[in-house]
Design a protein around this ligand. Sequence first.
Ligand SMILES: NC(=O)c1ccc[n+]([C@@H]2O[C@H](COP(=O)([O-])OP(=O)(O)OC[C@H]3O[C@@H](n4cnc5c(N)ncnc54)[C@H](OP(=O)(O)O)[C@@H]3O)[C@@H](O)[C@H]2O)c1
Length: 256
Amino acid sequence: MADRGGRRVALVTGGSRGVGAATAVALAERGHDVAITYRNKAARAEGVVAEVERRGGRALAVGGDMTLGGDLDALFGALNRWAGWLDVVVLNASGGMERDLIAANPDYPLRINRDAQLALVTRARPLLRRGGTIVFVTSHWAHLHGRVDQLPSYEPVAASKHAGEQALRGLTGELGAEGIRLLVVTGDLIEGTITAKLLERLAPGLAASRRDAGGRVPTTAEMAEAIAAAVADPVLPSGHTVVVGGALDALLRVPR
Ligand SMILES: NC(=O)c1ccc[n+]([C@@H]2O[C@H](COP(=O)([O-])OP(=O)(O)OC[C@H]3O[C@@H](n4cnc5c(N)ncnc54)[C@H](OP(=O)(O)O)[C@@H]3O)[C@@H](O)[C@H]2O)c1
């Protein structure tokens, strides 16, 4: 492996579009080399690779289904050859509204949003250097699951992401002993994303209601900046939650 002057290396899951793509670029702007993962949007992922490289970082895109252990093994094999260590892992990839995948496996939301996150962290830990950060990216509805009303169509996503967050929080002691901290970044509905468009179709008026509650809703760039800023902030303690946009207490006013 070539000596790259101890550059910081980040892995962003689901980096081919949306929040993950913007986060990869924001981390590159802060001097990281960045590996991204994606499920099937290879051309978009290569576009993000070019954006990272334009900012002076090395970049790698690895395709695969993170709910499959064999694909995760292949991802970490590629990461080992490419970098050999990690400083940052952004657990951004998420799912649970894909009709075809859920028809094939009703447990898919839990598999992607809890089990795959834990499986990825298990494989990342040996590569993460002391001082490293894991960020779990989530939504207000998932973060507050059990305490707020849910859109029926989003409920399986919210429940499974909440379970994923709790399972990861259960590891903070072990991770701390390895010098690794866990941060959670939760966002309001993010305008312009595929999920926001899908939810708006299912619950017309949702975006307007979130705008009324919080003044405005965040963009992917703002969410990405919050993630990159949290990674760069040495003072945030393990377990800390960064809240991006929106009024959490107004979540009960979800239109039906
Ligand atoms: N969108 C919102 O309004 C919103 C609000 C708050 C929080 N968030 C959180 O922000 C994060 C990103 O959301 P987003 O809307 O930007 O995501 P998105 O546009 O739905 O993108 C999902 C990403 O994950 C990848 N992915 C999906 N399933 C996968 C699998 N089984 N294996 C590997 N990769 C997989 C996708 O790859 P392909 O591109 O190849 O399909 C894509 O890169 C999520 O954790 C979400 O909960 C989103």
